[in-house]
Design a protein around this ligand. Structure first.
Ligand code: RB5
Length: 152
């Protein structure tokens, strides 16, 4: 069993890719929970974003993966919660940097943008890369200060 606990979710536009990524998480023995949606019937992405982002925010899950048609709307919604750093990544360079530099705790992707092979690679890199800390920690702390209003 892999040590990371992962919350995953999608809207209808990301449903098929979510199912594909779940297969990969199973193969790699990650501990994960699917927060929906559970079919291709139309749903509103902010509802799913909120469920997954809350689960990461309150510490029940270490990381989140959110998928919609573009990865944009679901990430905008997730980033409204304090402490959530959702990163839209459609290449492995950005996926690695979002972890090393930004300590991203949610990965977002768009099913209508990339194929399942690339998405699997992105998820792999993103899950396996650690935060570099140092000057990057100072910058992430400044994001926290903006959230708390203590940056004045
Ligand atoms: C749903 O049609 C689509 O708008 C959604 O999946 C996402 O792309 C929004 O950002």
């Amino acid at each position: 069993m892999n040590r990371l606990k992962i919350a995953i979710g999608s809207d209808h536009g990301g449903f098929k890719l979510k199912e594909e990524i779940k297969k990969m998480l199973q193969e790699k023995e990650y501990d994960f929970k699917d927060f929906g949606t559970f079919s291709e019937e139309s749903v509103d992405y902010p509802d799913i974003a909120l469920e997954v982002a809350r689960a990461v925010q309150d510490g029940s899950y270490d990381r989140g993966i959110l998928i919609c048609g573009t990865g944009i709307g679901i990430g905008i919604a997730a980033n409204k919660l304090a402490g959530i750093r959702a990163a839209l990544c459609h290449d492995t360079f950005s996926a690695r940097a979002s972890r090393e530099h930004n300590n991203a705790n949610i990965l977002t992707m768009g099913e209508r943008v990339i194929g399942p092979g690339l998405a699997r690679d992105i998820v792999n890199v993103w899950l396996e890369t650690g935060f570099a800390g140092g000057r990057h920690a100072r910058r992430v702390e400044k994001i926290n200060d903006i959230e708390k209003g203590t940056n004045q």
